[in-house]
Design a protein around this ligand. Structure first.
Ligand code: NCD
Length: 305
């Protein structure tokens, strides 16, 4: 039995197969409409979510399966003090596969170690968010035809943003990737990530001003300041509008640069950018469904001819 805790749980070759499958699903969605007949996905979400939970549910329903779950720790037995280990042993009796989001780093991993069904980490604290990374990689591959030789700018909350940590982890396995980290000093990418980049000789720069690096970028990955992970509201208020991507800044970018964002957006991308053909964040949401369909099939070892 296989779980997904980190994007590195799949080799580059396995990811290629997963993305090929997602591409086939996109092109022939009807062919997969009954692939998961009789199967049940549980979504156990101890933290808020719109896209991740609903795209898992949409993915399972599009495969002919069913879904159950909870979207709030307060409405689950966690409110009575139940551990994730006991919860997952219970969920294993109700479902065939589980997607779990939890504010504590490592909680889905603890669940996986006690589970009788595959567990997917749908975001654990500020740590990892592997299915967002699969979404990001599929978006890049689908829109640009490759995953290597890019300069990617990651902008905003690089300290607490789990999507950022997962994406960097995954991209270092491709040739010719250069990172430009754009953040205020307080929200810089953690040392364990820059140490890993140094060790692997992967080029990166850390800058504060977005305008200064805009012309170099092939991708700009914008992120929200992660209010729920701040220790005090004052710091959040001071930093929340540090970056606002608007039309004037987009004029500095290459004509074929693409803007990605895991969403939800707060103020960091002005709505005036949404109509720019380079704004790819809503297309990214759609790729998230295809890649989760491919992931469910892969973890349940279901093959469709
Ligand atoms: C992200 C998350 O939950 O980490 N959202 C998502 O799943 N698409 C990003 C965020 O909340 O800022």
């Amino acid at each position: 039995m296989r779980h997904l805790m980190s994007p590195l749980d799949f080799t580059v070759e396995e990811l290629d197969r997963l993305f090929d499958l997602a591409g086939d699903i996109e092109a022939n969605v009807g062919k997969y409409a009954h692939a998961c007949d009789g199967k049940i996905l549980a979504t156990c979400f101890y933290e808020p979510s719109t896209r991740t939970r609903l795209s898992f549910e949409s993915a399972m329903l599009s495969l002919g399966g069913n879904v159950l779950g909870f979207s709030d720790a307060g409405s689950s037995s966690a409110a009575k003090g139940e551990s994730v280990s006991d919860t997952i042993r219970t969920i294993s009796c109700f479902a065939d596969i589980c997607a779990m989001r939890h504010p504590k780093e490592g909680a889905p991993m603890v669940a996986a170690s006690r589970s009788q069904i595959p567990v997917i980490n749908a975001g654990d604290g500020g740590h990892q968010h592997p299915t967002q990374t699969l979404t990001d990689l599929l978006t890049i591959r689908s829109l640009k035809g490759r995953l290597d030789n890019f300069t990617i700018g990651l902008c905003g909350d690089l300290k607490f943003g789990r999507t950022v940590h997962s994406l960097i982890n995954a991209l270092v396995r491709y040739e010719g990737i250069k990172f430009i980290f754009i953040s205020p000093d307080e929200l810089k990418v953690p040392d364990y990530i820059t140490d890993m980049l140094k060790e692997k000789n992967i080029p990166y720069e850390e800058v504060i001003r977005l305008e200064a690096v805009m012309p170099q970028l092939d991708f700009l990955y914008m992120t929200r300041v992660q209010r729920e992970r701040f220790f005090n509201e004052e710091d959040y208020v001071r930093l929340k509008d540090f970056y606002i991507l608007d039309k004037a800044k987009m004029e500095l970018a290459k004509e074929d640069m693409l803007v990605l964002h895991p969403l939800p957006r707060v103020n960091e991308i002005s709505v005036e950018v949404d109509d720019d053909p380079r704004a790819a964040y809503f297309r990214q949401v759609q790729y998230g469904v295809y890649v989760r369909m491919a992931l469910i099939l892969t973890l349940l070892d279901i093959h469709v001819d």
